[in-house]
Design a protein around this ligand. Structure first.
Ligand code: SF4
Ligand code: SF4
Length: 370
């Protein structure tokens, strides 16, 4: 997708950039080396971690290690269950140099969680997972479940995991607050980016202040393409924006190409500047009407039962990440149905163009699968 930027708008931004020069804000001391502490785990993590989900080549993992990345995020469910093995292959004998985070989506009982983690250990070819997270939680009950917490405690006692966490991209405030309340989690992985609602940013700060390590995902608001402007890279700017937010320990941008590994790793230790502000001003023109902030406000509002947020997530996977099959799966889970009630035109508090996005979701659900 391209975005049209008027000449006037571009000149105004260019003037602002020029006036500000290249001066960077003073950097906090612990940023100098590009590493931070992951909450009470005490682990020193690179500011830019690697989201392995979209990586198809193990050599990308090795390239990220070479570039100074030491935090690697995968999940039992990614790539149809093959992503952990790809990470293990990419790390090879360098497993001990890095921190491996994975996720378990088999929830509901102690046995399911433990069985999933044991499978992850085999796929990752490791004796212990550094950070094991319950995957995609969206309710307080899931976070506070005694079955879940009991399973994690048992795994920890057995040395199969070192630290426990939760991940969330829906009802994030509820999940983060519950994770703090539980007192048994060490890490929260949440959507966080320059388009996040203020309440999500505030919840992430509370979470970090309570001692949990906060890891940011979806930092590039879906990776939509914007009109290129010489000298400005919106993806690096989005990364620098998240890293200047108080409480964020690390980030896990997806790295699907060697160029992305280079681009993302370069950001470590860098400050957010006016160049970045200009780049994000332009980038938001590309994402404003497309990127769902996952605020949850439209939950249950479709009288035909469509899970609007899930449908939009599917479209983002297909259009932003370029992962059509993944998008189709997310859309399938959204139960798309429409009785043309017309509410979509006005529902979103952030101005996401729901009719347009749902039409794309419908196309994904019913279009050719190739
Ligand atoms: S579509 Fe809009 S209202 Fe619904 S969750 Fe996304 S940002 Fe919130
Ligand atoms: S227009 Fe269709 S999809 Fe949108 S809220 Fe109404 S019934 Fe649901």
């Amino acid at each position: 997708m391209t975005t049209s930027v008027t000449r006037r708008e571009f000149l105004a931004l260019a003037a602002a950039v020029s006036a500000a020069g290249c001066a960077a804000r003073p950097q906090a001391q612990d940023r100098a080396a590009g590493f931070r502490t992951l909450g009470r785990t005490g682990l020193r993590v690179s500011e830019v971690g690697m989201g392995v989900m979209l990586s198809r080549d193990p050599a990308l993992v090795a390239a990220a290690v070479d570039a100074g990345v030491n935090y690697f995020d995968t999940a039992r469910s990614y790539m149809g269950g093959r992503n952990e093995a790809l990470l293990a292959e990419g790390l090879g004998s360098r497993r001990h140099e890095v921190i491996v985070a994975s996720k378990c989506h088999h929830l509901g009982s102690r046995q399911r969680v433990i069985g999933s983690v044991e499978q992850s250990l085999r796929e990752l070819r490791t004796d212990t997972i550094d950070v094991l997270q319950l995957h995609g939680l969206s309710s307080r009950d899931q976070v506070l479940s005694e079955e879940h917490q009991g399973a994690l405690a048992e795994l920890r006692k057995a040395g199969k995991i070192r630290f426990a966490g939760v991940t969330t991209h829906s009802k994030m405030v509820t999940v983060m607050d519950a994770a703090v309340e539980a007192g048994t989690y060490d890490v929260v992985l949440t959507s966080l980016n320059f388009k996040s609602p203020p309440e999500v940013l505030a919840a992430a700060q509370r979470t970090a202040a309570a001692g949990l390590g906060v890891v940011a995902m979806k930092v590039m608001t879906g990776g939509y393409t914007a009109e290129p402007v010489p000298g400005l890279n919106p993806y690096q700017s989005a990364l620098r924006w998240v890293l200047q937010q108080s409480g964020v320990a690390t980030t896990i941008p997806s790295m699907a190409t060697f160029e992305q590994v280079r681009e993302d790793a370069t950001v470590m230790g860098q400050a957010f500047t006016w160049h970045d502000a200009a780049a994000l001003r332009l980038y938001e023109l590309a994402v404003n009407s497309r990127y769902c902030r996952a605020c949850g406000s439209c939950s249950g509002m479709c009288p035909s039962g469509t899970d609007l947020q899930a449908a939009l997530r599917g479209v983002m996977y297909a259009e932003g990440y370029g992962e059509k099959a993944m998008g189709r799966r997310a859309v399938a889970g959204a139960g798309i149905a429409c009785g043309d009630c017309g509410r979509c035109a006005v529902i979103c508090r952030f101005g996401v163009d729901l009719p347009r996005q749902l039409s794309a979701a419908w196309g994904l659900a019913h279009g050719p699968s190739a």
